[in-house]
Design a protein around this ligand. Structure first.
Ligand code: SF4
Length: 220
């Protein structure tokens, strides 16, 4: 069987409080099934090509913070694009850590149900970029199917303790408003989620004609 590889776009060490509990290294990967207007991943891909790394290479690049991870309950957060596309890689990577690092997925949950089922067994925590629970807003902004996300949210809430899931609901300039944000939050609470963060995308510049500029960090 061919060795799993991860399309690494970047790596950010010693993060605190942004990717969950503990000291975290964010590993940004390429690839996503969605096409969000304000996507930082698409901008990164326009600037550089990913480097395809093996589990052993990624471990060598991140093990320098092993003691911090173990002392604080932190570890790696896979994000940048859609982390769940790399579930097989993370399954191969996890044994190298001795099971001592927390592995977090930044995800939109816009993936096939069987992909989420596999991810449930190899990621510890999930940070979900909700965008909007409104199907029209979701289709217009991200080009995706909110129904698929809803099905996966139901699977997630029935499979993972609520303290291991964080949901982020943005105010998206030009696409939704605070009422839509609050509707999304209410639906998510009805489903049983507890950690829900409402925040605004901050657009720094108008998008260039040939691509899109990024707002504040966009995940999943
Ligand atoms: S889900 Fe995230 S990575 Fe994918 S297109 Fe949207 S912002 Fe970009």
């Amino acid at each position: 069987m061919a060795e799993e590889r991860f399309p690494q776009l970047g790596l950010s060490r010693l993060r605190m409080a942004t990717d969950g509990k503990g000291v975290t290294t964010l590993v940004a990967g390429a690839g996503c099934p969605l096409r969000c207007e304000w996507c930082i991943n698409r901008r990164l891909l326009a600037e550089k090509t990913p480097e395809w790394v093996s589990p052993e290479t990624l471990f060598e690049r991140t093990r320098v913070d092993n003691l911090y991870f173990q002392a604080t309950g932190g570890g790696l957060c896979f994000g940048g694009g859609e982390a769940l596309l790399h579930t097989a890689f993370v399954a191969a990577f996890r044994p190298l850590t001795g099971g001592a690092w927390k592995l977090t997925a930044e995800t939109s949950l816009h993936v096939p149900e069987q992909t989420l089922a596999a991810a449930l067994t190899c990621f510890d925590d999930f940070i979900v970029d909700i965008k909007s629970m409104d199907a029209n807003v979701y289709r217009r902004y991200a080009g995706g199917d909110a129904g698929l996300v809803l099905r996966n949210l139901k699977t997630l809430v029935s499979s993972v303790p609520p303290e291991r899931v964080r949901l982020r609901v943005p105010l998206i300039p030009g696409y939704n408003d605070e009422a839509d944000q609050q509707n999304s939050e209410a639906l998510l609470r009805e489903l049983g989620f507890m950690q829900i963060e409402l925040f605004p995308y901050v657009i720094k510049d108008e998008p260039p004609a040939a691509g899109r500029e990024a707002p504040s960090p966009v995940t999943g």
